[in-house]
Design a protein around this ligand. Structure first.
Ligand SMILES: NC(=O)c1ccc[n+]([C@@H]2O[C@H](COP(=O)([O-])OP(=O)(O)OC[C@H]3O[C@@H](n4cnc5c(N)ncnc54)[C@H](O)[C@@H]3O)[C@@H](O)[C@H]2O)c1
Length: 281
């Protein structure tokens, strides 16, 4: 299966790292970027061909023309223009997969040739280490076989959920944006350790491995059905112990409400962006 990755920034770069680690051959991937300098840097980093728009105005069309699956990894406001740009270069059976927030299937289908298969996705950056989460919304012209092929590709680097388009903003609020919430937590746990006198490198290591361990334990218990997040949290809290005091601080500082507000804000922003993009097309 030949793969094109148009726009090799944070998200498409993370997906590409996941693909290569899961056994996709670098020879089967052609990527594009805007500048020649970033194309060289990304090619050296991943060992794949990266064409630069700066060198070749046809870079995206060339990469798309050969591909069975085309990942669109540019910012949301650039997706429709990119669809229009590659429209006539795509093979009719090539599956276009957008990773962009807010750009709905209709906007992409309208910009591509009639009948072109399109999948809207919401991935997250831990795909780079094989622990991603992806929401997939197959468009009207996608066959079950094409969905399975994309699901198989992404499923080798994370958990894939096929969902309705109406659910994608909520999924974005949890798993699309969510890695940033976990990084934010680790960032501030480490900063507190430094305030308490720890060496910054030690504090960062403690925070990172604690988030990793808690995450792995949570997923294992979730899969087996043995315990949910609340039960695992309670198991760390000895009565009148250190953690109970700490969780009391999180609760009295409004952290549970803040997390709910954060997830909703991400979902609401996605919907707001969709409305703005619809006004522009
Ligand atoms: N970063 C995340 O965690 C994340 C998660 C889920 C979805 N997304 C989605 O991924 C998309 C990209 O976000 P990102 O964070 O990777 O941004 P980014 O800025 O890191 O990457 C975008 C890349 O596209 C390149 N680019 C722009 N126009 C181009 C063109 N015409 N041809 C070729 N390359 C072009 C840019 O140079 C840049 O490298 C967005 O639509 C976003 O909604 C991002």
């Amino acid at each position: 299966m030949r793969i094109a990755m148009l726009g090799l920034g944070s998200m498409n770069g993370a997906i590409l790292s996941g693909f290569l680690a899961s056994g996709v051959s670098a020879d089967d991937v052609v990527a594009t970027s805007r500048s020649a300098a970033s194309a060289r840097a990304r090619a050296a980093e991943h060992g794949v061909t990266v064409l630069a728009e700066e060198d070749d105005a046809e870079a995206n069309r060339r990469a798309a023309a050969e591909a069975d699956v085309v990942f669109l990894g540019v910012k949301p406001h650039g997706i429709v223009a990119l669809c229009t740009e590659i429209r006539d270069a795509l093979r009719p059976e090539a599956v276009v997969v957008s990773v962009a927030a807010a750009v709905d299937l209709q906007m992409m289908q309208d910009a591509l040739r009639a009948g072109q298969p399109v999948i809207r996705s919401m991935p997250n950056t831990p795909l780079s280490v094989g622990l991603g989460v992806v929401g997939l919304v197959p468009g009207a012209h996608v066959t079950a076989d094409q969905t399975d092929r994309v699901k198989g590709l992404l499923g080798a680097c994370g958990a894939v959920h096929v969902i309705d388009e109406a659910q994608i903003d909520a999924l974005t609020g949890i798993s699309g944006s969510g890695p940033a919430y976990a990084f934010h937590l680790a960032e501030h746990m480490a900063a507190a350790g430094v305030e308490l006198g720890l060496d910054p490198a030690l504090a960062a290591d403690l925070a990172a491995r604690t988030v990793q361990g808690a995450g792995t334990m949570l997923v294992e218990n979730h899969i087996s059905g043995a315990a949910d997040a609340a039960a695992l949290r309670r198991a760390v809290c000895s009565p009148n112990g250190t953690t109970e005091r700490a969780i009391g601080q999180l609760d009295s500082h409004g952290v549970p409400e803040a997390v709910v507000a954060a997830v909703k804000a991400s979902a609401d922003r996605a919907a707001e962006m969709t409305a703005q993009l619809r006004e522009q097309v």
